[in-house]
Ligand binder design. Structure first.
Ligand SMILES: [Zn+2]
Length: 382
C-alpha cells in the first residue's frame, strides 16, 4: 500500500487541500485523508507538487480507425471525409494499430473510453487492455429493406463483445445515415444504454436536414437513390431523440448546434471533440451554446483519422482556450466524474473508497486560483 499526497486532491467533484489518498496493490482506494494532512511524516508517503486527480475518461474515440493516416481531409468537410473513410476502410482495418493507441491512451492518463465499433478488430486489444471500454456498436443503413440484416450483424458483434466480458450498446451512427425505421428499431432494443449519436458535425448536415440540398445530400442520394431524409425540422429531431428517453444519450460533435434546435426537456449530454472539429471543419461548437450547457458537456478525442493524438487532456486544454473557461472545478468533471457517470463506468472517474479509478497527477496549474494554464500537463501515477 502507498499514500499519495499532493497540494490538492480532486476527487472528481471537489478539491481537498493538502490531503493524501491511500491505495492498495490492486489500485483500490482504501483511505482518503482529511484536508491538511499531506505534510505529516508517514511511511510510504509520496508527495507530488500539483493536483491528484482520478484517471480520465475519453468519451468519444474510434480505436479501429487507428491505422488511418489523416492527410488531405483538412477543412474539406464531412462528405469528403465520409467518402474517404469508405474508400480507405479496408486498408485502414488491415493496418490497425489498436494496441499501440490503446497503450498511448493509458500512458496519457486515460482509464475509460467510449469507443465506436463497426467491426470486431478492436476486441482482442480491449480484452487485455488496462483501459475500460464501453463500445458503441454503430449501425448505418438507409435502405429499410436491410434492417433485419443490420440488426443481426449488430447482435452478433454484441455477443462477441459479451464473450470477452466487454460492455457495449448498439447505436445509430447519425440522423442522416440511418433510415427512420432502423432508428426506431435501435430505440426498441432492451437494456441498451448509453446511446451515442454523431450529431451536427457540419454545415452540410444543416443543409441536408433543413434545406434538402448540399454535398452531403448529394452524396447520400448517390449511395442510395431512394434516400428519404426523415428529419426536416427541430420538432422531428426532438421527437426522434425522445425515443431514447430511457437512456443516457450522448450527442457527439454538435459543431453546428444552437440553443433553439434541441428541446430542453431531453436528457442529453454533448460530447465536444475540439481538435477533430478544427481539423475537419475549422469550426467549433457555438460559444453561447457551450457556455449555457457546460454542465452537460463531456470531451472526446475522436479518431486518428482526424486527430494527431488520442489525448483527452490536450482536448480539454484546447476546449478551455477556445471558450475561455479555465476554472478547474468546471473543467475536470468533463473528463472524470461526469463522463464516467454518463458512460456508466461505475467505480471510475472519482477518487472514492473502494474505487480503482487510476491516479493521475495534474501539474503546472495555477494552484492559487485552481485554474488551468497553457503549460499544464498530466502524468500517470497509478
Ligand atoms: Zn466519431
Amino acid at each position: 500500500m502507498i499514500n499519495i499526497a499532493g497540494h490538492y486532491i480532486f476527487d472528481g467533484k471537489s478539491f481537498l487541500k493538502n490531503a493524501y489518498v491511500s491505495v492498495d496493490e490492486k489500485g483500490t482506494i482504501t483511505h482518503i485523508s482529511a484536508p491538511g494532512n499531506a505534510l505529516y511524516e508517514k511511511s510510504k508517503m509520496l508527495f507530488y507538487s500539483g493536483i491528484i486527480i482520478p484517471g480520465m475518461v475519453n468519451a468519444h474515440c474510434h480505436l479501429e480507425l487507428s491505422g488511418y493516416k489523416k492527410s488531405d481531409e483538412k477543412h474539406k468537410g464531412l462528405s469528403y471525409f465520409i467518402n474517404s473513410i469508405i474508400t480507405k476502410r479496408e486498408e485502414t482495418l488491415n493496418n490497425n494499430r489498436c494496441e499501440y493507441y490503446d497503450k498511448l491512451m493509458f500512458d496519457n492518463g486515460i482509464n475509460c473510453v467510449g469507443d465506436i465499433s463497426n467491426t470486431e478488430i478492436s476486441i482482442p486489444t480491449k480484452a487485455k487492455s488496462r483501459i475500460k471500454y464501453h463500445s458503441f456498436i454503430e449501425l448505418s443503413g438507409l435502405d429499410p429493406k436491410n434492417i433485419q440484416e443490420k440488426l443481426s450483424f449488430a447482435k452478433k458483434l454484441k455477443n462477441k463483445y459479451s464473450e470477452y466480458n466487454l460492455k457495449c450498446s448498439i447505436v445509430p451512427h447519425s440522423f442522416y445515415s440511418v433510415s427512420a425505421e432502423l432508428f426506431k428499431s435501435i430505440s426498441e432494443i432492451k437494456k441498451n444504454s448509453p446511446i451515442s449519436i454523431h450529431f451536427l458535425e457540419s454545415q452540410e448536415e444543416i443543409d441536408l436536414f433543413f434545406h434538402k440540398k448540399g454535398n452531403l445530400y448529394d452524396l447520400l442520394n448517390k449511395i442510395f437513390p431512394e434516400f428519404n431524409q426523415f428529419i426536416d425540422s427541430s420538432e422531428k429531431l426532438n421527437q426522434y431523440l425522445s425515443l431514447f428517453n430511457h437512456s443516457n444519450v450522448i450527442l457527439v460533435h454538435n459543431t453546428f448546434l444552437k440553443n433553439n434546435i434541441i428541446a430542453n426537456n431531453l436528457n442529453l449530454y454533448f460530447c465536444v471533440c475540439p481538435k477533430s472539429n478544427l481539423f475537419l471543419h475549422n469550426q467549433i461548437p457555438n460559444k453561447n451554446f457551450v457556455l449555457e450547457n457546460t454542465d452537460n458537456i463531456i470531451i472526446g478525442t475522436d479518431s486518428m483519422a482526424s486527430n494527431d493524438n488520442l489525448d483527452v487532456f490536450d482536448e480539454l486544454k484546447t476546449f478551455a482556450n477556445i471558450y475561455q473557461i479555465y476554472n478547474l472545478e468546471k473543467l475536470l468533471p468533463m473528463i472524470t466524474s461526469k463522463a464516467a457517470k454518463v458512460l456508466n463506468f461505475t467505480n471510475f472517474g472519482e477518487i472514492k473508497i473502494g474505487n480503482a479509478p487510476g491516479i493521475v497527477l495534474l501539474e503546472n496549474v495555477d494552484l492559487q486560483n485552481l485554474k488551468l494554464l497553457n503549460e499544464s500537463s498530466v502524468k500517470r501515477i497509478i
